[in-house]
Design a protein around this ligand. Structure first.
Ligand SMILES: Cc1ncc(COP(=O)(O)O)c(C=O)c1O
Length: 393
């Protein structure tokens, strides 16, 4: 059937390369370093069961009923308490529950972007954010990153000559780069947003998956200190700390944006699933989240250390990488010219997949980069995967 009836806007959006790849990763015998999903073996089945029992006994009518577009007040209140631990002070009026951060990004794009508006992203950046901004018909510009995250000096040069609407950033244990924006640059970025009056979209799914003792203060908290809260929006999610299948995330936004998000939410899906919100709320009430997070951190850190060690010892002459301090991803780059999309065909033949780096760029892709996720792979398979990568070089 002709695809002429599909809108130009949708036709322009590229299908996620990662989803295509996941097809290969399901083939028998293939070890996947490709997926970006949490390790399901660590889901807190017992805690979820306790929460679900509570939902079905104590609040089953609310759980199966329509709810408020901004989300359940009790869950929003619990999110304010969680936010305080992340150094963000907010009230429930600033919080909107979404069906995951992906929906937060989509709604923010639709609230903020007129076709042609410039949105600045990191190089590399989260692939599905690129899709969202393309769909909103933004003009994308990108700024390089190094071991301290986004190069804010480079951003400053850009904003001096080009009016921009917003900067999208994953400042803590980013996807795909695994890097964290330094405190200096956080302050610099927030000050720049105040001076040039652009919005910052702070996407924070990973800050709790911290392998260090240092807590990284969110941009949202820095913004409050310099009276720039009007320009900074924060989004986070329960996907990486509880369960992505629940599809519960949230936005903390200033009133001028929050109002519009609630209206858009009504038009999009009325509200996030009452059942999922109730499950999440009752899970938080069990008090099991801190122990659960400790377990996730310890497991992911161990796997991350293993993979880093293996790459150093086995692939050190070929690859450089930034050692992640948290999160789920290791980003590596060949020391010489090597197209990782082409190489994937060879590694697939040897039974291992990763995600070629070029898909994570809005422009000027570096095709000698790749993203590896370690969280769902056993120690034994990490060793085997690296041996296979080595064998295909
Ligand atoms: C940086 C980033 N933002 C947003 C999301 C979407 O998460 P959610 O499951 O909350 O929609 C992801 C998921 O991988 C992510 O890596």
């Amino acid at each position: 059937m002709s695809d002429e009836r599909i809108s130009a806007k949708v036709k322009n959006v590229q299908s996620s390369a990662i989803r295509e790849l996941l097809k290969h990763s399901k083939m028998p015998g293939v070890i996947s370093l490709g997926g970006g999903i949490p390790n399901p073996d660590l889901f807190d089945r017992e805690g979820l069961q306790m929460a679900m029992d509570k939902v079905l006994s104590a609040s089953w009518k609310e759980a199966f009923q329509y709810g408020l577009s901004e989300g359940s007040p009790e869950l929003r209140d619990a999110i304010c308490q969680l936010s305080a631990q992340r150094q963000i002070s907010c009230t429930i009026d600033e919080v909107v529950i979404t069906s995951g951060s992906q929906q937060s990004l989509d709604m923010l794009a639709r609230v903020l972007i007129n076709p042609g508006d410039v949105i600045v992203v990191e190089r590399p950046t989260y692939l599905a954010a690129l899709q969202v901004f393309q769909l909103a018909e933004a003009r994308l510009a990108s700024v390089g990153t190094d071991g301290e995250g986004m190069k804010v000096d480079e951003l400053e040069e850009l904003v001096k000559s080009t009016p921009i609407k917003a900067v999208y950033v994953v400042p803590t244990f980013g996807n795909p780069g695994g890097v964290t924006l330094s405190d200096e640059r956080r302050k610099q970025l927030v000050a720049l947003s105040k001076r040039y009056n652009f919005v910052i979209i702070e996407d924070d799914p990973y800050s709790e998956i911290n392998f260090t003792n240092k807590q990284f203060k969110p941009l949202t908290a820095w913004a409050k200190e310099i009276d720039n809260s009007e320009n900074v929006i924060y989004t986070s999610t329960f996907s990486k700390i509880l369960a992505p299948g629940a599809r519960v995330g949230w936005v903390i936004a200033p009133e001028w944006i929050k109002r519009q998000i609630v209206t858009l939410k009504q038009a999009t899906d009325l509200h996030t699933s009452s059942l999922s919100q109730s499950l999440t709320y009752h899970y938080l009430q069990t008090g099991r989240l801190p122990a659960q997070l400790n377990m996730i951190r310890a497991s992911y850190k161990e796997k991350c250390d293993t993979l880093c060690g293996l790459i150093e010892s086995e692939l050190g002459e070929h690859l450089t990488f930034h050692r992640p301090q948290g999160g789920m991803f290791l980003w590596a780059k060949f020391k010489y010219e090597k197209n990782t999309t082409d190489w994937l065909k060879e590694t697939l033949a040897k039974g291992v997949v990763y995600v070629p780096g070029e898909f994570f760029y809005a422009d000027n892709p570096d095709s000698s980069t790749l993203r590896m996720s370690y969280v769902s792979v056993t120690e034994e398979n990490l060793k085997e995967a690296v041996a296979r990568l080595k064998a295909s070089l």
